[in-house]
Design a protein. Structure first.
Length: 187
């Protein structure tokens, strides 16, 4: 068994927090598990993700995919993961304890995938990864250099679906991600 297979195995048997009780599937991520320059990080699986065992396959994921296709992102350039790997009941925000229990799995993924850019989709991801006290409306669309990564926080696509007025900013932020990606790939 290689390192990645062993990681999947351990995730599938994880009982580090109470979310394990409710899950149908542990949602590891989406994309090819190999080094690539960009990683999107969401909050946690929703209903469809829990059923299908893959990240961002529900309505929010469809919006994300639409934008990634429109902006001509190459799927081999990115990997998509979440802060927590099991669906919180009623899609509630994961608690700090659940986030802390799950973060080591994400850290392994980041080490394995070796992205240069981390895009935090929504406040939960941005708070867990960048700064617990940040306000997503204040930091979205900026590039924050931390720990050797370029971190770009933006809205969660589900928030964009709920509030149309966020669409243009979300689009602009994704364009910024594409620009940073092109810069990094040219180096
Ligand atoms: N929302 C998330 O944050 N992640 C998913 O995988 C799906 C919806």
């Amino acid at each position: 068994m290689n390192e990645w297979e062993d990681f999947i195995n351990r995730c599938n048997n994880c009982e580090k927090c109470g979310l394990s009780v409710y899950r149908k599937n542990v949602v590891i991520g989406r994309g090819t598990p190999k080094p690539c320059p960009l990683m999107f990080i969401g909050e946690g699986p929703g209903e469809q993700e829990d059923i299908q065992g893959e990240a961002f396959v529900g309505r929010a994921g469809k919006l994300l995919d639409l934008l990634l296709t429109a902006l001509e992102f190459d799927p081999s350039d990115y990997y998509i993961a979440n802060i927590v790997k099991c669906r919180p009941p009623e899609n509630r925000i994961p608690t700090q304890d659940e986030v802390s229990a799950c973060l080591p799995w994400l850290r392994f993924q980041v080490k394995y995938i070796k992205p240069s850019i981390l895009v935090c989709l929504g406040a939960t991801a941005a708070k867990a990864i960048i700064d617990r006290d940040l306000k997503i409306t204040q930091v979205r669309g900026t590039c924050i250099e931390k720990g050797g990564y370029v971190m770009i926080p933006t809205y969660h696509p589900a928030a964009v679906l709920r509030d149309n007025s966020k669409r243009l900013d979300f689009f602009r932020d994704m364009k910024l991600v594409k620009e940073k990606l092109s810069e990094i790939k040219q180096r």
